[in-house]
Design a protein around this ligand. Sequence first.
Ligand SMILES: [Zn+2]
Length: 197
Amino acid sequence: MFEGSLEKLKNGLKQLPGIGEKTAERLAFYLISGDKQSALNLADLITDSINSIKRCENCNMLSEESPCPICKNETRLKNVLCVVERTQDIYLIEKTSEYKGRYFVLGNLISPIDGIGPNQISFPKLEKLLIKENITELILALNPSSNGETTMSFITSKLKRKNLKITRLATGLPIGGDIEYTTSKTLASAIRNRNEV
Ligand SMILES: [Zn+2]
């Protein structure tokens, strides 16, 4: 019964994370049968945010400005850098108010099975930034999944040197769990009690 543009809309919605066939159908019908103006406004919001967001030239964070507001903020610690997988992780850490340094977004985790190696995780850019900004502590805030562990081991083995302290979030994060599903309080204590590796 789905055809033409409705079929395309449903298939487009299905590409979103967590949206299966049934939900995509429900959302597609909701959008075409509800208030036309509010659905069109939503379409504009999607277009506007996609067009206005870029990657910060320093830290890779998705932001409307480059350098992003965090890199430009002179009150933040310049010598501490927190490495995360995605921009969303920065929002989660910022919510804890526990961290006052800067960030670096890898974009990916190393995943041999998906053909993602060290060059696909912005590692060379991270290496340059460490030298340029005189970083003295690098916090690895990656999910403790198998790809997260592989990536943290790789970064540690490549960057281990005397004048750089490398730490990772304390346990308390569930093994194989996701930073996204951790409460702000647990995440704050994982940052506070981070361990040197
Ligand atoms: Zn930035």
